[in-house]
Design a protein around this ligand. Structure first.
Ligand code: ADP
Length: 394
C-alpha cells in the first residue's frame, strides 16, 4: 500500500490525527481537534510547510471535526485509517482489521477501560461515516504486552477473579515500548536482546523486552499501577483504599480521583504535574519539588531493577517520552541509583541530547549495558502496524 495512513487517537472530547506516508522521512500532516462538543471546540495543527493553524469549530462533534481534518489533508487521500485503542484485553495480541466482531470484542473490554474504549469506538464510528470505503485498523496499547508470562501478569488473588472477571495485569504504552525497544535493537550493535524501556511522559511506565517481546511491565489492570506520574500515584499499598474509606469516609470515586488526578508529581510537590517546573523549583530549593523529583527517580530505578529479573541478560536501558527524552537530570539520577548494573553515563552525551534526536549516552568503549535516548513514535508505529495489517490480514 503506497497511500498514506491516517492515524487517529480519539478521546472523549478530542481527536489527535497524523497523516503518515509510507516513506517514514516524508513530512507529516498532524494536529489536534479539542474541546469537542463545547463552544470552544477548535482544530490546531501544522500544514506540510510546517506552518501552524488554528480553526474554531464551535460545538463540533467528532464527525464534524473529522470532516474539518479531512480538509486539512491537502488533497492527500489515505489508504487506511489506524486507530489507537487503549484496551484490547486478552482478545488482541496484534493489530486487527476492524469489522463487527472486532467492535464487539472492544465493547466487551470497555469495563476494563470505561473512560477510553467507548471514546475510541466513537472515533471508529465517526471515521467510518466519513471514510466508508477505507479499511480501518485497531492498534491496541495493550497488545504488545500479551506476551507476558503468567508469573508477570497474574495477581496473587483468587483464581476466579482472573478466569471469570479478567483481573490481571495488561500493561499499556505498548506501541511506545514496542517502538523504542525495536529501535534500540536496530541502533545498537547488540541487536534485539534484553532491553529495559522507560516511557516517561504524563503517564509513565517501564517494560522489560526480550527479543522484541514484552516480558513484564509496570502498569497493570489499569494505567495507575507502577511508577509515579504527573498526577497519578502509581503503586500504593492495596490496603490504602480500605483505610481511606474507613478512616476518612472517602467514597470509591473520591479515592479514585485522588489517586489518578491529585497525586504523583502534583501531589508530592504541591505545585504542578509538569516536570519542567518541578525541576526548576527543585533547583530553587523548594522542598516539595525536591521530594517529588527524588521519589519519581527512585521509583523508576526500583522498577527497572525489578524488571531486570524478567530478562536473561541486560543489553541496555532506553529512555523515552517527554521526560525521558528531555530531562538529563532524571536520566542521571535514575542511572546513579543503579550502580550495580554497570551502566556508565557519559555526562556530555547526557546533557547534550536534544528533543527529537536518538543517541547513546555511554562511551563506545564501555562493555556494560548501554543507555539510550530514543524519541518515541507511537503514531509512526500505529501507521506501520496498520499498513502491515491491511497488506497481510490474518
Ligand atoms: P504525554 O504523556 O501527554 O504524551 P509527554 O510525553 O509530552 O506527555 O511528556 C510530558 C512531560 O514531559 C511533562 O511532565 C513535561 O514537563 C516533560 N518535559 C517536556 N520537556 C521537558 C524538559 N525539557 N525537561 C524536563 N521535562 C520535560
Amino acid at each position: 500500500m503506497n497511500s498514506p495512513v491516517l492515524v487517529i487517537n480519539c478521546g472523549s472530547s478530542s481527536i489527535k490525527y497524523a497523516l503518515i506516508d509510507s516513506d517514514p522521512e516524508a513530512p507529516r500532516l498532524a494536529g489536534l481537534a479539542e474541546r469537542l462538543g463545547s463552544s470552544e471546540a477548535r482544530l490546531k495543527g501544522k500544514n506540510s510547510a510546517g506552518e501552524s493553524f488554528t480553526q474554531a469549530l464551535p460545538n463540533a462533534d467528532h464527525a464534524e471535526a473529522l470532516n474539518s481534518i479531512l480538509k486539512r489533508l491537502e488533497g492527500r487521500v489515505p489508504g487506511a485509517v489506524g486507530h489507537r485503542i487503549v484496551h484490547g484485553g486478552e482478545h488482541f495480541t496484534r493489530a486487527a482489521l476492524i469489522d463487527e466482531n472486532v467492535i464487539a470484542a472492544i465493547e466487551s473490554t470497555a469495563t476494563l477501560a470505561p473512560l477510553h474504549n467507548p471514546a475510541n469506538l466513537a472515533g471508529v464510528a465517526a471515521t467510518q461515516k466519513v471514510f466508508p470505503d477505507l479499511p480501518q485498523v485497531a492498534v491496541f496499547d495493550t497488545a504488545f504486552h500479551q506476551t507476558l508470562p503468567p508469573r508477570a501478569y497474574r495477581y496473587a488473588l483468587p483464581d476466579a477473579l482472573y478466569t471469570k472477571h479478567g483481573i490481571r495485569r495488561y500493561g499499556f504504552h505498548g506501541t511506545s515500548h514496542a517502538y523504542v525497544s525495536q529501535r534500540a535493537g536496530e541502533l545498537s550493535h547488540r541487536g534485539a536482546g534484553g532491553w529495559l524501556t522507560a516511557h516517561l511522559g504524563n503517564g509513565c511506565s517501564t517494560s522489560a523486552v526480550w527479543n522484541n517481546q514484552s516480558q513484564d511491565t509496570s502498569m497493570g489492570l489499569t494505567p495507575l499501577e507502577g511508577l509515579v506520574m504527573g498526577t497519578r500515584s502509581g503503586d500504593v499499598d492495596p490496603g490504602l483504599h480500605a483505610h481511606l474509606h474507613r478512616q476518612l469516609g472517602w467514597s470509591v470515586d473520591e479515592i479514585d480521583s485522588v489517586l489518578n488526578q491529585q497525586s504523583g508529581l502534583l501531589g508530592l510537590s504541591g505545585l504542578t504535574n509538569d516536570m519542567r517546573e518541578v525541576e526548576d523549583q527543585a533547583l530553587n530549593g523548594h522542598p516539595g519539588a525536591k521530594l517529588a523529583l527524588e521519589v519519581f527517580c527512585y521509583r523508576i530505578a526500583k522498577s527497572l531493577a525489578a524488571l531486570s529479573c524478567a530478562l536473561p541478560k541486560l543489553d541496555g536501558v532506553v529512555f523515552t517520552g517527554g521526560i525521558g527524552e528531555n530531562s538529563p537530570i532524571v536520566r542521571r539520577e535514575v542511572i546513579a541509583l543503579l550502580p550495580h548494573f554497570g551502566f556508565s553515563l557519559d555526562k556530555a552525551a547526557n546533557e547534550g541530547t536534544t528533543r527529537g534526536k536518538e543517541g547513546r549516552l555511554n562511551s563506545t568503549d564501555h562493555n556494560g549495558p548501554e543507555v539510550w535516548v530514543i524519541p518515541t513514535d507511537e503514531e509512526g508505529r500505529i501507521a506501520m502496524e496498520t499498513r502491515h495489517c491491511v497488506e497481510s490480514p490474518e
